[in-house]
Ligand binder design. Sequence first.
Ligand code: GDP
Ligand code: IMO
Ligand code: MG
Length: 424
Amino acid sequence: MKVDVLLGLQWGDEGKGKIVDVLAPQYDVVARFQGGPNAGHTLEFDGIKHVLHQIPSGIFRDTTKNIIGNGVVLDPIVFRTEIDKLQKYNLNVKSNLFISKKATLIVPTHRLLDQAYEKAKGENKIGSTLKGIGPSYQDKIGRQGLRVGDVLSSQFKERFQKLIDIHFEILKKHDVVFDWAPLEQQFMEAIEFLKQFNLIDSEYFINNEIKKGSSILAEGAQGSLLDIDFGSYPFVTSSNTVTAGACTGLGVAPKNIGEVYGIFKAYSTRVGSGPFPTELLDEQGERMRKQGNEFGSTTGRPRRCGWIDLPSLKYSIMINGVTQLLMMKADVLNIFPTIKICTQYKLSNGTITETVPYELVHEKIEPIYTEVKGWHTSLEGITEHKMPKELLDYITLLEKELGVPITLLSTGPDRTQTIHRKIK
Ligand code: GDP
Ligand code: IMO
Ligand code: MG
C-alpha cells in the first residue's frame, strides 16, 4: 500500500497530534519524518492530555508500529523524559517503537548554540523553541553530525568529543559560559537508555512494510509555512516540512505517496517571529487566543492569532499536493458573530495578488477580507448532517476556494470531538 502523509498547512500547531491519534487505528505504521523536540503534538482522550515531542502520535494504539525516521533530529535527553512519562500507561513502547540509525542526534551543545545564535540575532531573532534544531540540522548538512547508529560504535565517545570541541570554539566566541560536566553526564546516560530501543535501518523497514501491504501514515511536524525552502525564510524551521520531506525523511519513493491530508485551523496562529498577514493585534485576537487556548505545547509561549488566510493555504496545498483537507478548532470561532476570510493580499505598491510574494518578509502586506456571518453558537453534539447553516456555508466556501474537499471537522480537543465527512 501507499504511504499517506498528514501535515500542517499553516505555521504549525494545527492539531496534527490529535488527528494522527484519531486515524492511527486505520494504520499499521505511523512514522515521523522531520523535525524534533521543537514539535509539541497534543492528544486528548479519557480525560487525559498528552503532549508528544519526539515520539510519533500512534504510540497510544496497541498494534501500531511507530517509526522515528532518518529525517528527524533526536534529542536523547528529551526522548528519555518522554518515555519515562509514558511508563505509567503500560504501553508496548519497547516493541512498538523503531528509531532510524540515520536520524541525527541533538547533543547538549546544540541547545547552547541555538541560544547563542538567537541572542546574536537580537531584534531579528527567529523565535526558535531553542531545542537545538537549527544547529543539529546545520551539522547534518555540514557533514559532521552524529547519528543514532553511531551510539553503537566503540568510537562513539571520540566522535562525540570531536563534535563538541568544534561547538566549544564557537560558544567561546559567543561568550557563553556553562557547566559542561552535568550536561555531558545526563547526555551519556540518555545514550545508554536509547541503546535499549530498536535502532533500525528504517528505510528498509518501511519499504518492507509497503511491500507487505501495510497501511502507513507519515506524521508531519511544524507546518508548511515554516518549511526551510517554502516558508517565510529566515523565519522558518530547519527542515522540509512538506510532502517531499516524507520521501527524504523516510526513504519512501514519490510514487509510493498516497493521500495527502492537509490539516488547518479554521483561523490562523503563529508562534515566534515572522510575517503573519492576518494577525489580529486587537481585542479580537486576544479573545481568539483565550478561546482556543493558544499557548505553545512545547514552550508555553502565547501564540499569535488571526483570521484564516486563503492565499497562504492555497500555496501550501499546491506545494504539498493535498488530496483531503481537515479543518480543526471550528469551535473556537463560536464566539464571533461574523468571521473574516482573507482572500487576497494588497502589496505596498498597490498590487492585489492571490499569490504569496517572495518579498513577504520585507513587504507590508495588507489582507483583503470577505466577511461572513458566523454560527455564533456551541458546536456540541453536531453531526455530519446536523450542523449550523453558517458553519456549513463556511466549509462550502473554503472547499470552493481551495478546490479540495474538507473530509474531517474537529470541534474540540478530545478524540471523540471529530466529525468525518464523506467525499461527494
Ligand atoms: P500539533 O502540533 O499540530 O499537534 O498541535 P498542538 O497540539 O500543538 O496544538 C493544538 C491544540 O489544539 C492542542 O492543545 C489540542 O488539544 C487542541 N485542539 C485540537 N483540536 C481541537 C479542536 O477542534 N478544538 C479545540 N478547541 N482545541 C483543539
Ligand atoms: P508542531 O509540530 C509551531 C517555530 C518556532 C519558531 C520557528 C523556528 O508542534 O506544529 P525552531 O525551534 O524549529 O528553530 O523554531 O518555528 N516552530 C513551531 N511553531 N509548532 C511547531 O511544531 C513548531 N516548531 C517550530 O516557534 O518560530
Ligand atoms: Mg504543536
